[in-house]
Design a binder for this molecule. Structure first.
Ligand SMILES: Cc1cc2nc3c(=O)[nH]c(=O)nc-3n(C[C@H](O)[C@H](O)[C@H](O)COP(=O)(O)OP(=O)(O)OC[C@H]3O[C@@H](n4cnc5c(N)ncnc54)[C@H](O)[C@@H]3O)c2cc1C
Length: 391
């Protein structure tokens, strides 16, 4: 981008040593090769399945690039380093793919600990949760499809709602909001309805509960407007994280196989248009909405700064956060924070083995976000070159 506020690479990589830059360049180079990503994904899954000692290799490579650590304590170094550049951390307990009630309860406890930590650590402004981390995907899918639940399923469904309620209540009591992720469309109605109930209950003075809108869906802009009518008529604040959406291939494939109209926009341009319209809609109603713009897209991030300027909204308005994932798009996060905007990074953490699905998604993003990895690599190489030319 010409004359972009994100072009200042000195600020973007100020916290990175030459060694850190070379390490990140190495990781992004590997990830830029689909064949290497395919082989290593397969090898990693196999190794975990057969308990081969591969953990330390993953930990010292891709895990180091994209995760804060194996525990909250282990992530402290990353949280402090980001904090020094005025970037807040949203600790994301990334343990996926487990399907036991005891696991859902453990995850709930873990997130309650993040909320408690947020109460005493100013670098942690919010917590986050994936509903499928605290409840069974199958139960959510059944509830979403409208089919009647058997008694045992009903009990499990009520347990999910009760865990979510505990998290939202803790968010309010500790003054640490909670962001709820958006997931696959065939469980999302259920999530939306559960989260709206929580917003109506807890968002009276401030948005303690945030839902997520995926603008790669063609029906979400209308839904955003419907949510706002509902929250304002109930005199509560609407907390919303706005993203494009992470499950595009899965969504399109399922729609094709089952012969229904895909919920995904016809093309990237339509997604971009709706994303940017959602930002404008949020800002036009900023007294009723608390917003987190979760994106690595420079145009959208810069547009949001412009929309704020046009409306004379201060850079550090408490209702507006920009957010990126740890290990990615530092040129956006560090430059915005340097200019005085509110910025956070999602910092995933958890045992190396359990974060594999998250890490594989990051690696595979190569195929779904054209050019993102190439862009990360190019920026790092430019910064290395700039440093070499310094007197
Ligand atoms: C802080 C944060 C939180 C997030 N939380 C969530 C979450 O809760 N749920 C979730 O699903 N994702 C989440 N994401 C991921 C996010 O949805 C995107 O996958 C990712 O950020 C890439 O989109 P982008 O806005 O950075 O921009 P870009 O890189 O400009 O856009 C890429 C995105 O555009 C869309 N797209 C690409 N091609 C097409 C096409 N042909 N037609 C239509 N759309 C297309 C896809 O959504 C793709 O991911 C989060 C991301 C961040 C940074």
């Amino acid at each position: 981008m010409k004359n972009s506020i994100f072009n200042n690479l000195e600020i973007a990589f100020a916290s990175k040593s030459n060694r850190d830059l070379s390490f990140s360049a190495f990781i992004f180079k590997l990830m830029g090769r689909p064949i290497i990503v395919k082989i290593s994904t397969f090898a990693a899954l196999l190794a975990v399945r057969f308990h081969l000692p591969i953990t330390s290799l993953i930990k010292s490579t891709i895990f180091k690039q994209f995760c804060g650590g194996e525990s909250q304590e282990d992530s402290e170094k990353v949280i402090n380093a980001l904090g020094q550049s005025n970037i807040k951390s949203i600790l994301d307990y990334s343990v996926e793919g487990e399907n036991k009630e005891s696991h859902f309860e453990d995850t709930t406890q873990e997130i309650l600990r993040v909320i408690a930590l947020g109460k005493v650590n100013k670098n942690i402004p919010a917590a986050c949760v994936k509903i499928t981390g605290i409840g069974s995907f199958e139960i959510l899918e059944m509830a979403n499809s409208g089919e009647p639940l058997f008694k045992r399923n009903k009990i499990e469904f009520e347990a999910i709602k009760s865990r979510l309620n505990r998290l939202c209540m803790a968010a309010q009591e500790n003054d640490v909001p909670i962001y709820i992720d958006a997931e696959e469309s065939w469980i999302q109605n259920t999530i939306d309805s559960m989260v709206m109930d929580m917003m109506l209950k807890f968002n009276k003075k401030k948005a303690y509960v945030f839902n997520t809108l995926q603008l790669y869906r063609w029906d979400r802009l209308d839904l955003f407007k419907a949510w706002l009518s509902k929250t304002t008529s109930n005199k509560v604040l609407l907390g919303v994280k706005i993203v494009r959406g992470a499950y595009i291939e899965k969504e399109n494939n399922r729609a094709k196989v089952n012969n229904y109209k895909s919920p995904i926009q016809p093309n990237k341009k339509a997604t971009d248009q709706d994303y940017n319209s959602a930002l404008a809609f949020a800002l036009n109603n900023i007294e009723h909405i608390e917003l987190c713009a979760g994106t690595h897209n420079e145009e959208s991030s810069e547009l949001l700064t412009q929309l704020m300027k046009d409306r004379e909204i201060p850079k550090n308005h408490p209702h507006i956060y920009f957010s990126q994932l740890y290990g990615m798009s530092d040129q956006i996060s560090f430059n915005l924070a340097d200019l005085g905007y509110n910025v956070s990074k999602y910092v995933p953490y958890g045992p190396v083995k359990s974060t594999l699905p998250y890490l594989i998604r990051r690696a595979e993003e190569n195929t779904s976000i054209a050019g993102q990895i190439g862009k990360e690599l190019r920026l790092i190489q430019e910064e290395k070159k700039r440093r070499k030319q310094l007197p």
